[in-house]
Design a protein around this ligand. Structure first.
Ligand code: PEP
Ligand code: MN
Length: 276
């Protein structure tokens, strides 16, 4: 099986690349080196003030990577669509004040100029097979976090990574964020076997997103810890100072207090991860 895969995606395959890909950001955040990288922040950037407040909490907790969506791919056109360019401006202003690195989602290449100060560009689940977007991002020398589409196979996910690698961008992070299943009790089904298998098949860092992967606040902590046990190199976690007032994804947002507790538990698991 792995030989066929190595043939299909020669650049993403672990078979052809025994050394793991390690990605380092300017503020010394690292992923892929065996450590656990944790990115956290609101689903959407809602205002400069609320972003700064959450960023200061995160900095105090020990997080070095801030997430926040400015261009939001919403299922409904009537839902909050994000602050767009001004959302990115808020992120960059907060970065300058806190030295937190930034991860934010791009939806279209026309937005690229806004992402100069964004450290990791996220390709969301809905765009995993937007090949013109992937070809454009492949020309950058900047890390890209590639989420798995909820209806995509692991092979398709790695082939999308191959587009980035083949175009010359070697800083690719894979992120499992839940697939569509038959149950309605959770928003998606976080596929932790996919995390373990992607680690086996590829040299790229593999992350998990237990927030979108469950859509249920109480499941975020157990799934985050399970993802570490499955070998995840990083986690993407949503939080909000007042989840019931969030403009998007309040149902699975942790409060800073809940996040702090989880962060401390995850840090304990990090030493166990190094033995895996
Ligand atoms: C997000 O991370 O904000 C997001 C929209 O995620 P996904 O693409 O996994 O739905
Ligand atoms: Mn979200």
């Amino acid at each position: 099986m792995s030989e066929i895969h190595a043939f299909e995606y020669p650049l993403a395959s672990a078979k052809n690349h025994p050394d793991k890909t390690v990605i380092r950001l300017q503020n010394k955040t690292v992923t892929g080196d065996g450590s656990l990288c944790i990115a956290a922040g609101p689903c959407s950037v809602e205002s400069y003030e609320s972003l700064l407040a959450v960023a200061l909490e995160l900095k105090n907790i020990g997080v070095t990577l801030l997430r926040g969506g400015a261009y939001k791919p919403r299922s409904s056109p009537y839902s909050f669509q994000g602050l767009e360019k001004s959302g990115i401006d808020h992120l960059v202003r907060v970065k300058k004040q806190t030295d937190l690195a930034l991860i934010s989602e791009i939806m279209d290449l026309s937005q690229l100029a806004d992402f100069d100060e964004v450290d990791i560009i996220q390709v969301g689940a809905r765009n995993m097979q937007n090949f013109s977007l992937l070809k454009g991002l492949a020309k950058l020398q900047k890390p890209v976090l590639l989420k798995r589409g909820p209806g995509n196979t692991i092979t398709e996910w790695l082939l999308s990574a191959e587009y980035l690698l083949n175009g010359g961008n070697h800083q690719v992070i894979l992120c499992e964020r839940g697939i569509r299943s038959f149950g309605t009790e959770t928003r998606y089904t976080l596929d932790l076997a996919a995390v373990a298998l992607a680690k086996e098949l590829s040299h790229l860092p593999v992350w998990a997103d237990p927030s979108h992967g469950t859509g249920v606040k109480t499941l975020v902590a157990p799934m985050a810890k399970s993802a570490v046990a499955a070998g995840a190199d990083g986690l993407l976690i949503e939080l909000h100072q007042s989840p019931q007032e969030a403009l998007s994804d309040g149902a699975h947002a942790l409060t800073p207090k809940e996040f702090r507790k989880l962060y401390l538990q995850l840090k304990k698991l990090e030493s166990f991860k190094k033995e895996l």
